[in-house]
Design a protein around this ligand. Structure first.
Ligand code: TPP
Length: 576
């Protein structure tokens, strides 16, 4: 590598001549990246070769599948609020990223994915492992670009990091042709801080905030709904201050979980299809609905034509595309949640709404009697998913990062896991991607090594990405894996029971021996099916030095309630 000195204006800039592949690595280092998840192949070999020379500076985690790499990067991003970075080769390597990209896009997770591409003279010739990943990934990335010249690599990467992390975060993809990786450039790196036509953070409109404050002050039954926007903008303290000053009850979406301590007196639980009874029902009784950093997903709103029609709606949101998308707003506050909440809190009067808050408690008592008590302290012999989660809360003192897959176990974990700190719930919310959990838990553990990370997975979803046990073994990441085994694709079976006259079409699973599989991957494991051994089994798992898999045999045909059936109104939430 030669060092060149160039004079630009009056400044002497040190430039280094190097290959495009090395520029990729140096650009990532300039962005502060410490870990990359990926899988090599022909079109990205020059980058992997350059990586070889930077093993001390940049750790590469070789997953067993590109889907595992991207979910692991998502898991890391979710616990650190920093972009996850992924390498994959062209063709199948790149297409294997698509599910993760779609998942990260809908859940606003910052990712920078770098794919190798065939050499530029071969583009469009159906060359070996050529695929048009730019077109394929267009709808599932926040931005993507193809680089065919080595000298464009640093600026493309700088732009990628800026776009992935600014405003509403999301995944970006850079596709680099093999000749651009081999060619040399004079390297210098300048971080991107903005470019024309992209306004990631709208300027706060003081008048709108003032109007919202007056409306909130005059409300008799105000209700706050908060989502992941709080976590992404690190507005946890601002949310708490707002809630406490105004005395307004607040409910979280699935992705908003842990943005506030579970036991905060004004935290009234989870919204949505399997959320709590009170926040769903009382959505249709509040007079002012204040939505912060959430997007009125259909799982939260149910039937829109019967959603909060009586309420004035205030929406605090960073992405203009979300305003009036699903729910018509009366006052839109565009901006970063942290700044918006700070100003709004300062303009609102101190207040309390004790009678209104009591209504939430009254409905919670009904839910407790009819659902929660039976789930957490069952008197039937079969184990419930809820009692497993209750014990995990106790064993981890509510300090763990809980990573879930998709299905009944996910909803049960989201309902019953308790949190003391933020960024403690990692789940595939918008896309509902089975197979997300195991690799995401690995990424979460590597991103937050000091924290306990508990992966809660169904027997179905586990078998979608179980090969990542190999990566967990190789990295010795101390992920605690709980398979809640009901021998069914449980959530689909629940719907078949409730809405398809119990026709269990292709949902019963004949499962392999998960303990043997885990041990085959070098990961200690055990199975438990009786209540009397459950505590000890969970404790053994948590105390084990290193990763551990515990299979818990649970009731085969339990259902998750409450439930707002598809197409129903939130006020028609069912308790059984
Ligand atoms: C990739 C993917 N395929 C299909 C589905 C549809 N789906 C949602 S939940 C579910 C069942 C999950 O079963 P399991 O992993 O055993 O968890 P359980 O519901 O039993 O807790 C299925 C098939 C999905 N969400 N993701």
């Amino acid at each position: 590598m030669d060092t060149l000195t160039k004079t630009v204006g009056e400044k002497q800039i040190e430039k280094q001549s190097m290959a495009g592949s090395e520029a990729v690595i140096r650009s990532l280092l300039a962005e502060g990246v410490e870990t990359v998840f990926g899988y090599p192949g022909g079109a990205i070999m020059p980058v992997y070769d350059s990586l070889w020379h930077f093993q001390e500076e940049l750790k590469h985690i070789l997953t067993r599948h590109e889907q595992g790499a991207i979910h692991a990067a998502q898991g890391m991003a979710r616990v650190t609020n920093k972009p996850g970075v992924v390498f994959a080769t062209s063709g199948p390597g790149a297409t294997n990223l698509i599910t993760g990209l779609a998942d990260a896009k809908i859940d606003s997770t910052p990712l920078v994915c770098i794919t190798g591409q065939v050499a530029s003279p071969l583009l469009g010739t159906d060359a070996f492992q050529e695929t048009d990943i730019i077109s394929i990934s267009m709808p599932v990335t926040k931005w993507n670009t193809q680089v065919t010249k080595a000298e464009d690599i640093p600026s493309a990467i700088a732009k990628a990091f800026y776009i992935a992390t600014s405003g509403r975060p999301g995944p970006v993809l850079i596709d680099i042709t093999k000749d651009a990786q081999f060619a040399s450039l004079d390297f210098s790196y300048k971080k991107c801080n903005g470019f024309r036509s992209y306004v990631p953070k709208p300027a706060l409109d003081h008048d709108e905030v003032e109007k919202a404050a007056r409306l909130i002050d005059s409300a008799k039954k105000p209700f706050i709904l908060f989502g992941q926007g709080i976590i992404l903008s690190e507005a946890e303290n601002e949310l708490k201050a707002f809630v406490e000053k105004t005395g307004i009850p607040a409910a979280w979406t699935v992705l908003g979980l842990s943005a506030m301590p579970t036991d905060h007196p004004l935290n009234v639980g989870m919204l949505g299809m399997h959320g709590n009874y009170a926040p769903n029902k009382l959505t249709n009784e509040c007079d002012v609905l204040i939505a912060v950093g959430m997007r009125f997903d259909d799982r939260v709103t149910g039937d829109l034509s019967r959603y909060a029609k009586q309420a004035k709606v205030v929406h605090l949101e960073i992405d203009p595309a979300e305003i009036d998308k699903n729910v018509k707003t009366d006052i839109a506050i565009l901006g970063d949640a942290k700044e918006s909440l700070q100003l709004l809190t300062s303009l609102c009067s101190e207040n309390n709404h004790d009678d209104w808050v009591q209504k939430f408690h009254d409905l919670k008592a009904i839910e407790y009697d009819q659902v929660i008590q039976k789930e957490l302290n069952p008197d039937k012999p079969g184990l419930t998913m809820g009692e497993v989660i209750r014990r995990v809360n106790g064993l981890t003192d509510s300090e763990a990062v809980v990573v879930t897959d998709v299905g009944q176990h996910q909803m049960v974990a989201c309902r019953y896991a308790t949190f003391k700190q933020t960024k403690s719930n990692v789940t595939s919310g918008g896309l509902g991607t089975m197979g997300f959990c195991l690799p995401a838990a690995l990424g979460a553990k590597l991103g937050a090594p000091e924290r306990a990370v508990v992966a809660v997975i169904g027997d179905g979803g586990f078998q979608m990405t179980l090969q990542e046990l190999g990566t967990i073994f190789q990295t010795n990441a101390a992920v605690k894996i709980i398979i809640l085994n009901n021998n069914f694709l449980g959530m689909v079976r629940q719907w078949q029971q409730l809405f398809f006259d119990k026709r269990y079409s292709s949902t019963e699973l004949v499962n392999p021996d998960f303990v043997t599989i885990s041990k085959g991957f070098g990961i200690e494991a055990s199975s438990v099916s009786e209540r009397q051994y459950l505590d000890a089994a969970l404790k053994t798992m948590m105390d084990h030095d290193g990763p551990y898999l515990l299979e818990v045999m649970v009731e085969k045909e339990d259902n998750v309630f409450p439930m707002v059936p598809t197409g129903a109104s939130v006020e028609d939430v069912r308790l059984s």
